[in-house]
Design a protein around this ligand. Structure first.
Ligand SMILES: [Fe+2]
Ligand SMILES: [Fe+2]
Length: 210
């Protein structure tokens, strides 16, 4: 009889934990919210940088920003889905406000966009997501770990692309197409592997950004 009561209490306790992920994983919830605002802000920023770069005659850079914006939207959607599952509130999406660029040449402005973007990606890659992954692991919030890992892998690619484009400014060729994995936001310029190395999705599913 005692065992029956013990099992019943255990199941009841599990129910409480299951229905209150916030109490169980408060840091992961807060981090998902922060990352959601970060990703939506990045998508807003890159969309504006894309339009601005195109207007200034930098087509290759414009396409890169457009592809990366799509990837950030995928990350934001993934974070939101996990938040929803964990019972966390989804914040208002972030909006970027582009500063005026008085007295700068077109190439200086586009270079500053690329350097700004690379800096943001490096922060996410080196500090933000590794910290969030560790905290989610500590809280056993494995779905949060997973969405943070997807973003981390794509931000690593973005950082490399932005750095490369900043270095070659004025000499970047317009890539025919960028491929973006619709599941994890992985991004490739001009070519894609058969399957996404981050999440295994087949290349037949990849979004083509051109
Ligand atoms: Fe990114
Ligand atoms: Fe993927």
């Amino acid at each position: 009889m005692k065992n029956v009561i013990r099992v019943a209490s255990l199941i009841a306790a599990m129910g409480v934990v299951g229905s209150s992920a916030f109490a169980a994983a408060p840091k992961s919830i807060a981090n998902l919210q922060k990352a959601y605002v970060g990703e939506t802000t990045a998508a807003s920023k890159y969309t504006q940088f894309s339009a601005d770069s195109s207007r200034r005659g930098f087509k290759a850079e414009s396409l890169l920003f457009r592809a990366a914006a799509q990837a950030e939207e995928i990350h934001a959607g993934n974070h939101a889905a996990v938040l929803r599952e964990m019972g966390g509130k989804i914040p208002t999406p972030g909006v970027y406000h582009m500063p005026p660029s008085h007295n700068l040449t077109n190439s200086q402005v586009v270079e500053s966009h690329l350097k700004d973007a690379a800096k943001g990606e490096m922060y996410e890659r080196n500090i933000m997501y590794p910290t969030m992954i560790k905290q989610a692991e500590t809280e056993h919030a494995m779905k949060a770990v997973n969405t943070f890992q997807f973003a981390l892998a794509a931000e690593t690619q973005h950082a490399a692309l932005y750095k490369k484009y900043a270095k070659n400014l004025g000499a970047n060729k317009v890539a025919k197409v960028f491929y973006v994995c619709p599941v994890c936001g992985a991004t490739w310029e001009g070519y894609s592997p058969k399957n996404c190395p981050t999440c295994g999705t087949s290349s037949t599913e990849f979004k083509k950004v051109r």
